[in-house]
Design a protein around this ligand. Sequence first.
Ligand code: FCB
Length: 432
Amino acid sequence: MFTWGVATSAYQIEGAAFEDGRAPSIWDTFTRVPGAIINGDNGDIACDHYHRYEEDLDLMNWLGVNAYRFSISWPRVIPNGVGSINQKGIDFYDRLIDGALERGIEPWPTLYHWDLPQALQDRGGWMVRESVDWFAEYAHAMAERFSDRVKNWMTINEPFCSAWLGHLSGVMAPGIKNLEKAVAASHHLLLGHGKAILAIKDVKESTKVGVVLNFTPAVPASDSQEDRVAAQLADGFDNRWFADPIFKASYPKDIVEAFDIDVPIVGNDLSIISTPTDFLGMNFYFRQTVAFDEKSTPLKYRQVTPSAERTFMGWEIHAPTLTELLMRFSSEYQPNEIFITENGSAWDDQLIDGKVEDKNRVSYLERHLEALFVAKAKGAPVNGYFAWSLLDNFEWAYGYGKRFGLVYVDYPTQKRIPKSSAHYYRERIKEN
Ligand code: FCB
């Protein structure tokens, strides 16, 4: 059976940031940094999903999805990151998981969608090696509580963003700008993923575990040799740095050399990182065009923006890239199974007479689903699709201004209004 789902993440929708024993995460801290988030927005209330999850599960039921990808908020269930469990936090995810199952929807939790407990950041966060054991301990505790009902776990969402955007460009929490620290964080995130697989399987061997990687294929701005090398570097930095260790037990040589920094590998780290996964979660949004740039650091290229069809994020829309990516990944890395764990688009949605006619989002969705099924017909082992996102939500550094939902959220009233794209997705699932 094909998996039809929707995806969300804890910090982006839950709200209830200071309720029932939840402690701050690095995003609670980062959203207080002046200028870090457009409009000074934060996730204190978000979509109030913590209180409205029943209504949101009903929406999923109406859509007809058979799977829900959400994330567990680490500081809600283990406020200090390690040690004592907050039972009220566990109770929330118990209710959510049971509520999904009652509606015939499989729960697909992600353990880490960027909201590290601040208590652990204060001890060095992902930059220090201890983070690997903190994460494995958390994974084990969650598997013990939920693996009686959860069949599919995802360890880490987009280590690219946590490592590079959180520790190199600093546009995301924890807002650090240091290549050496970013490389260390990337290695510990990957190692944490490997150890989390072992921890989950230790609780229940038959549980399926995967990782979620975002892929941004790169095309050269011109045919010049320099631009072609630039595209290879961009591919290495964005894609291969994370996929190679997991699927090939090595870091890409060209990028290691270009960084000229030692990756803090100890002993058999790479064999732990490459512990076999049951599936790959692939997030795909857009492709990038890059040009050689002598002055750029740490790699000599920059992104350029040729005129093209683009979303409200400025991201190029190019659905055939998804087919190519699925084909390339299948042959180069040979995952057992692939699920598109995120794909979607932001638009300047307008609520008019109680309706949101988001033709652009429908078209984006239609084209990407088609691209997926082309790859599947050609033999890519892709068995599911999760639309990002069920609801409009807190889009990280962009705040609430960028709407990705199939369902419109009127923030002042928290009213949910299915957009045209929700109706389209519902029909598309039925057809199948
Ligand atoms: C991905 C994130 C997700 C959401 C989308 C638009 O990088 O995983 O939380 O913000 O982008």
